[in-house]
Design a protein around this ligand. Sequence first.
Ligand SMILES: Nc1nc2c(c(=O)[nH]1)N[C@H]1C(S)=C(S)[C@@H](COP(=O)(O)O)O[C@H]1N2
Ligand SMILES: [Mo]
Length: 367
Amino acid sequence: MRRPETTGLIVRQKSPLNLEFQFSSLADWQIPVDQFYVRSHFPPPGLHEEDWRLSVEGAVERPLALSLEALKALPQARFPAVMECAGNGRVFYEPAREGLQWQNGGVGNAEWSGVLLRDVLAAAGVKPEAVEVILVGADRGVVDGGKKTASPGPIAFARSLPLDKALSDGVLLAHAMNGEPLTPDHGYPLRAVVGGWFGMAWIKWLAAVRVVPRPFRGYWQARDYFRWERGLGEPMLVPLDEMEVKAQIAQPVNGATLRAGEPFRVFGAAWGGETALALVEVDTGEGWRPARLLEPETRYGWRFWEHVWTPPRPGRYTLRCRASDAAGHVQPAEQRSDAESYCANWIIPVEVKAVAVRPGPADDFVI
Ligand SMILES: Nc1nc2c(c(=O)[nH]1)N[C@H]1C(S)=C(S)[C@@H](COP(=O)(O)O)O[C@H]1N2
Ligand SMILES: [Mo]
């Protein structure tokens, strides 16, 4: 088990262990594994690759039981991708919402390697009646330790993907993170990587890939991790899927003291769902200005950005950032009301103070 006290991670829950990345320390485009946030509903199941098999079952021509070795013998793929917990930023909801009180560090970007789910599905042969693919984790338990009256259990952590997403080139069954085998916390020996989607879809400790002929209504998408779609009729419950467009400020932090008249690098990261990020803007009190988007630009990775700003005079300032994607989605200014305690992507202001730069002591001057 990792030791948060040596890595600076914030403990959000001790058992099962849930850890938040210190977003203000953002520096590496690929977050080192020992800095990466951990979100687990149940304790890691303690799998060993020697006796572990991935079952590919349901509406398939040839059910399979694949060892890690067999998976590694299939064509390998790798890509960077950002994963954000749907509960990231929950602490900003007003009034407060139940659940782990994530600030802005329930997110991270890494490079993932493994096998495309679609290659595994092709090996098994998907039957024509298939509509969804359920990914089932090997972890099980009673939801929220049975503290809520409606807590079911024990159940496995499982979630489905629509067939078109499962067959896209954006879903990986990954055995490695940043070039190293997955650690127990991050889903060893195999986890899903669902490019553009919130973290709850990225099933860890994969046990089964189950192809099904009707939509799955499991706990983790019909009772949790959903939002409301309000049209003309009754509101409809929709499982969460794509991440929402979002930019976060890593520096300066809320409450920071800057120096008036000296340039400061406002810095952060931005990401979204399946659509490419188009723009990040920063407002320091004089209106929205485009930030500089930094390399690299990848299909599913996040984007670092910066904006050099000089506080013109001593005083208090409110900094804001917002991202837009190529489809015209813009980060909203107001808290959303359709997603329970999830998808907190509205703009979060950062308050800073600028102070006068004091002249050096007189004995700095040689007369
Ligand atoms: N089997 C299993 N997979 C899981 C979870 C879990 O509790 N069990 N948590 C999900 C959630 S809510 C998130 S945000 C991500 C977190 O992945 P990480 O711990 O590697 O950061 O894993 C997802 N996959
Ligand atoms: Mo999550």
